[in-house]
Write a protein that binds this ligand. Sequence first.
Ligand code: AMP
Ligand code: MG
Length: 428
Amino acid sequence: LSGLLSVTEAQSKILSNFKPVPSEPVVISACAGRILAEDVLTPLDLPPFANSSMDGFAVRVQDVRGASRESPVMLPVTGDIPAGATAPFTLLPGQAARIMTGAPVPEGADAIVPVEDTDCYPSPPGAPLPETVQIYKGAAPGANVRPRGQDVQEGMLLLRKGRRLEAQDVGLLASVGKKTVNVYRRPKVALFSSGDELVAPGETLQPGQIYDANQYMLAAQVEREGAEVIRLGTAPDHPDAVLALLRQAAAQGADLILTSAGVSVGAFDFVRQVIETHGELGFWRINMRPGKPLAFGHFMEIPLIGLPGNPVSAFTGCRVFVLPAVRLLAGIAQTLPRRERAVLAEPVESDGRESYLRAVVEIEDGSLTARLAGHQGSANLYALVQANALLIVPSGVKSLPLGSEVEIWFLEGNDSGQTGLNPMAGGK
Ligand code: AMP
Ligand code: MG
């Protein structure tokens, strides 16, 4: 294994070249999916004032003690507090005030009796304020009152830097009155495929040609992490063509250049050679399967990752090396994916390299079990599509018996009803 870098070594060498891109203020109506570049503290309490959680009547607990349907307590209704109003009065002993959900609880009241527990139910919209109310149920102190600051207290840390803003986060930002937040700008990833054999989907295949799968697959993976992809198309196997696309990538302000194919040891693998001549190249053979050859370097100071051409190798290399780098650029706090453990439902062979095998993981008797999915060839995308996880065989291990515990890495996507699991749960 001499001359081979371990996956972890390669990962940390690559990641040491990246730091988050600059941030920018963005209005909250456009911030979903973006990565927070600041810690957000709340400038106010939530709720900002004590309010009712029910439509009903504000009362003093003492006045309604022991009330029941058989012997109701009758109280005069001395006020009406709709949501959005204030209660410019104090509730005196022996009084009730009609109150709506979200309306401020008046001074003096210490509980809300739901309208359902009174003789004013049902109460249609527009019902006039009754003169009196019959209370059918007693109330505990604080019943149906949401105290000020129940959810958050002024000055509290609400959302941490590095968090991807989801819908609920946007709702929270709005509810504390934030209009804009600082988020990282989207990293730009320039992407091209290389190979004389490649044509774009939609065109007619001539003998010897194949469709370019990697460009689309890699763009989709990188975009999922919030990057903006600069699609540069396909470079034929000629150094001038490769150089021209690298220059375009730089001209368009790429934060990362991503290529597929042309980095191996073939006579037409020009990507490596061009980077070596016009930039700096670290070419590594990684103790990994699939995806042993990987180019890492710089072109005009822009980091560049050259993935192998076989689609499953490119996919795996992207997940292991590219996506963590993109997440780091994007400012995402969690750069490395979460792995789970599963039990092998069949024996698995490997060649001693750290292997990322295509697997189907299911829940059986309450625990995760893994089987291989389809043909494990590094060109076979259909087998990858059948899988819902990658199964990791550690380096140095050539065979694992049935029942062994292995690490797995769920893939995002449709479950096809195979497992009843939601692979999204472990995807990131
Ligand atoms: P290479 O790295 O150029 O030796 O390519 C390795 C294998 O991957 C060859 O079988 C190529 O035809 C195939 N390949 C390269 N690029 C792509 C691509 N963009 N889409 C699908 N297959 C590819
Ligand atoms: Mg090639």
